[in-house]
Structures are given as structure tokens and as C-alpha cells.
Design a binder for this molecule. Structure first.
Ligand code: BG6
Length: 301
């Protein structure tokens, strides 16, 4: 059961079509977090616009991830078969075709809330479920901590191995960000990093200069650094991460846009994903009782 919000000063539960969400209205900011997937779909500091991109065609249906905000890819990222054997071992055969794991369509619970004058902090947990065990048999349990203030958004995915053996997962905070023009958008901080290009036979290349967008882009940067800067025509954002050496950069461009759910054909011009991840060699391996935190912090400049 999720926490009661009867005594909360700033939060209440609302319904968006089939889904329940926590709606935050604080003097300094507003936000919306879906209980399905613990998915933050809106974070709007006072007098600003939503820092996250959310599709105008978003559908709020049980069992389908909403296109936008920060979906959580967990306990595997991307196609199951692209994961290392230690991650793949815990994925049941009937789940092998599910992209980005199971957490984004599961019902999480709001388990903790702390409110103060400068902002608030919410924690969501994913209760162990029978259905989950028919799809995945790992022993790692996640919690998501979201901290929000006047000029920061911090999201921490905390994993704990409750089992008696080593356990492995891959994961990502799949952040959708808005831009006014993808062709005038740059990401700094990945210069000279090596990346695996999912659109070019998964070969490895070296990034020359800032990341820019002129075609479909689907890359996993390895040895990603903890600081990146996103420049768009309208705003600049500082992206800080800890507990991650891999960053996924994604834009579907023209053709793939036509195949995506909850996505207009021209939406690729106005969004990009910068995904704070633990994938490929950087997947997570936890010893019994070990805990790891994957953290993302956004601030605008
Ligand atoms: C990205 C992947 O993380 O997510 C892309 O690198 C994928 O290959 C994209 O297309 C969106 O995935 P989905 O399952 O939300 O449509």
C-alpha cells in the first residue's frame, strides 16, 4: 500500500486515465509521478516549463510505459539478448522479448515523503510480486528516491541485493529532454569517449567534439564522465551522474519516429534522450547485501 497523503501539505493522488499518480504542488515547483513505473513525467519549477519532454500523444494505460519523462529501465536495459550472460540468466524465457525490463510497467508504491520549505523528497519502492517472478528471478530490489527543489531535480535508483549469491542487472534512467530544435542541440562532456553504435553493427567509435544530431542516433557511451552539459536554443542544462560509467544517447529521427508508439512523426525534432545507465561492461554486479546507487542530478543554467 502506498503512503496516505491525507496530511501532506503539497502532494495528493490523482488519476490520469487508467493510471494513478502523485501530483506535487509546492510553492517552488510542481511535478507528477506515475505509480506505474515510478515514472516522473513532469517537473516544473515555478515560472518555468516542464524540464522533461512528455509526448502530446502520451497514453496513460496499465501495462504500457508512457512516452516521456524518466522511465526506469530495470532489471535489464534494451533487448534482453544484448545483455551479458550474468544479467540474461535471471530473465525468464517468456520475458526475453520485453525491451527495457519490467519495472516501467509495474506498480510501485510511495513509501516515504519528506516535505520542507525548499522542496521535497519522495521515495518509491517496488514490492516483490508473483508476476515479477514469472518474468525475472533476480534477488535485487530497487528503490527510487526523487528530490526536487527550486533549481534541481535529483533521481537516485538504489539497488540492494537481498540474496545469498552475487546478482547482476543492467539499468537506465531513460531521461527524455525537450529541445526547440534538435539540429541546434549539442551535448558536451562526451568528447573523446568511446561509444558502441547500435545502428552500425554495434561497432565501437570515438566521439569527435560535442554530440550533435543529423540522423537517427542510438549510442552507448562507455567511460562516460560524471558531468555533461546540454545546450539547446532555449536553455542549457547541467547533467551530473554518480554510480554510472555508461550513457545512452537516443533520437529516433524520421523513419523510426513513424514506428514509435505515443509519438508524432515530427516529435524527433523536439526531443532527445540522455540515459544515465549501467549497461554492457558497466552492468551492475552486487555481492550479497551490497547496495548501489545510480544517481542523476539536473540543474539548469
Ligand atoms: C533507447 C534505445 O534507450 O530506448 C532505443 O537505445 C529504443 O533503441 C528507445 O528505441 C525507446 O525504447 P522504447 O521501448 O521505449 O520504445
Amino acid at each position: 500500500m502506498s503512503l496516505s497523503l491525507t496530511h501532506s501539505a503539497f502532494c495528493r493522488y490523482i488519476h490520469l486515465d487508467e493510471l494513478e499518480a502523485v501530483r506535487v504542488k509546492h510553492p517552488l515547483l510542481s511535478a507528477t509521478i506515475l505509480l506505474q513505473g515510478a515514472q516522473l513525467i513532469e517537473f516544473t519549477p515555478q515560472n518555468q516549463e516542464n524540464w522533461l519532454w512528455l509526448s502530446a500523444q502520451a497514453e496513460y494505460k496499465k501495462g504500457a510505459s508512457v512516452r516521456g519523462g524518466i522511465p526506469i529501465c530495470w532489471p535489464w536495459f534494451g533487448a534482453a539478448k544484448r545483455n551479458p550472460p550474468s544479467v540474461l540468466n535471471d530473465i525468464k524465457p517468456q520475458a526475453q522479448d520485453i525491451a527495457h525490463g519490467i519495472a516501467r510497467t509495474q506498480l510501485w508504491q510511495l513509501s516515504h515523503l519528506q516535505e520542507h520549505v525548499n522542496g521535497l523528497e519522495l521515495t518509491f519502492s517496488l514490492p516483490p510480486k508473483d508476476k515479477q517472478h514469472t518474468l525475472w528471478c533476480g534477488t535485487i530490489t530497487p528503490k527510487l528516491n526523487i528530490s526536487m527543489g527550486k533549481n534541481h531535480l535529483q533521481v537516485a535508483l538504489i539497488n540492494h541485493n537481498t540474496g545469498e549469491q552475487d546478482a547482476s542487472i543492467s539499468q537506465a534512467l531513460h531521461t527524455y529532454l525537450p529541445t526547440q530544435d534538435i539540429r541546434q542541440t549539442q551535448i558536451y562532456g562526451l568528447e573523446n569517449s568511446l561509444y558502441v553504435d547500435a545502428l552500425n553493427h554495434w561497432l565501437c567509435f570515438k566521439q569527435q567534439g560535442a554530440v550533435t544530431f543529423r540522423a537517427e542516433t542510438d549510442r552507448i557511451y562507455r567511460n562516460a564522465l560524471p558531468h555533461m552539459r546540454l545546450h539547446t536554443p532555449k536553455y542549457a542544462m547541467h547533467i551530473q551522474s554518480t554510480g554510472s560509467n555508461s550513457t545512452v544517447i537516443w533520437n529516433p529521427w524520421v523513419k523510426k519516429s513513424q514506428r514509435l508508439s505515443q509519438f508524432a512523426h515530427t516529435d524527433y525534432q523536439k526531443m532527445l534522450c540522455i540515459e544515465t545507465a549501467n549497461v554492457l561492461d558497466d552492468h551492475l554486479k552486487l555481492a550479497p547485501k551490497q547496495t548501489h546507487t545510480l544517481m542523476l542530478r539536473l540543474t539548469q543554467q
